[in-house]
Design a protein around this ligand. Structure first.
Ligand SMILES: Cc1ncc(COP(=O)(O)O)c(C=O)c1O
Length: 349
């Protein structure tokens, strides 16, 4: 990309991250080891869970969470349409049937009412993403008595009614992809208070040295990744504070722009992984204008899942897809970059 363009997202790395990775490499132990264990312990402690299993990606974490619940062919798993295809893939890996539901118009999170209408006798789990860093109405879903997997890939550190997201469902999954809230390059984790579910996941993520044969995977995280994950986790409070600081600035500066600002509560429950606005015209028009002014914005979801699956309906998802865009917001944005973003956005809107 043109160097002068402000990218839509970027990792936030500093010297402490680099030192942590170098120390891990110098130790000579590269594969899954004590740093992975330490990362599991620290994240579980931070979120408020008893057990954790690190994985090679968020997708692997989702797949293993579904396998731990014994989800298989003919079972149904409910997910929103407005989310990335990793969820659809994980369900398809198990041969279960994905059941897509529409979203809430203002928060972009899956609609609890739509979930209730979609539940059948075959429903074995609901995957609840806390999209863009905004907590979903998780209590209305856990009360259904169906296992809930919280997808916290975009929401580490967000809270719902005073509890950290990821500590509320039966299981929760995380992603540490390069531009996620914290990164390990690639990586993921499953958390749960259930020791037996996490033991099953730890067994399935590693195929080696087993006395019985079972279809297992190589879904392990390694110690180099965990070293980076640990160093990033130590910076998480600083990252979230910076995200909220930039969001507050955008809220102030954009209040007269011709788009709808995210309708998020004043309370500190949102971590602003994405700053998503609703536009009056189709977002493609504005994306091009922003790009010409050297600000890279994005559609917050590339293509909704029901479009991939050629299903009709999902009016709220369609509206969100066509008329929303995500404006760059991440801790490594420099002040001069946020100033430029604000000037360009105000000019276009
Ligand atoms: C909500 C959500 N769930 C799951 C994933 C999958 O994570 P990964 O890319 O680590 O496989 C992502 C990644 O973009 C995501 O945004």
């Amino acid at each position: 990309m043109d160097k002068a363009v402000i990218p839509h997202s970027r990792p936030s790395l500093d010297e402490s991250d680099i030192r942590a990775v170098a120390t891990a490499m110098k130790s000579g132990h590269l594969s899954q080891g004590r740093r992975v264990q330490e990362f599991e312990k620290r994240l579980a402690g931070f979120i408020g869970n008893k057990n954790a299993a690190a994985t090679s990606s968020g997708t692997a974490a989702l797949h293993l969470a579904l396998l731990a619940l014994d989800i298989k062919e003919r079972d149904e798993v409910i997910i929103p349409s407005f989310v990335c295809s990793a969820l659809l893939n994980a369900i398809h890996y198990t041969r279960a049937t994905p059941v897509l539901v529409d979203i809430e118009p203002l928060t972009f999170n899956l609609s609890a009412d739509a979930v209730k209408r979609a539940v059948t006798r075959k429903t074995k789990a609901i995957i609840v993403p806390h999209l863009f860093g905004c907590p979903a109405q998780i209590d209305r879903l856990t009360e259904l008595g169906i296992p809930v997997i919280e997808d916290c890939a975009q929401a580490i550190g967000a809270t719902f009614k005073g509890r950290r997201v990821g500590s509320i469902g039966l299981l929760s999954v995380f992603s540490f992809y390069a531009t996620k809230v914290i990164t390990s390059g690639e990586g993921g984790m499953v958390l749960s208070d259930s020791k037996s579910l996490i033991s099953k996941i730890k067994d399935l993520r590693d195929y080696d040295n087993k006395n019985d044969y079972l279809l297992r995977y190589n879904y392990k995280m390694n110690d180099i990744q965990a070293a980076l994950g640990l160093s990033q986790l130590a910076r998480l409070d600083e990252f979230i504070a910076r995200r909220r600081e930039i969001a507050a600035l955008y809220f102030r500066e954009f209040k007269n722009c011709h788009f709808s600002l995210p309708l998020w509560k004043e309370e500190n429950d949102h971590i602003y992984y994405r700053f998503v606005v609703r536009t009056e015209e189709k977002s493609s028009v504005y994306l091009e204008k922003l790009r010409r002014n050297k600000v890279q914005a994005r559609r917050p979801v590339h293509i909704p899942l029901h479009v991939y699956m050629r299903l009709s309906g999902f009016p709220r998802t369609m509206a969100a897809w066509q008329k929303s865009l995500s404006i760059p917001l991440y801790p490594s944005l420099k002040d001069k970059e946020t100033k430029k973003i604000i000037a360009v956005v105000k000019d276009i809107f």
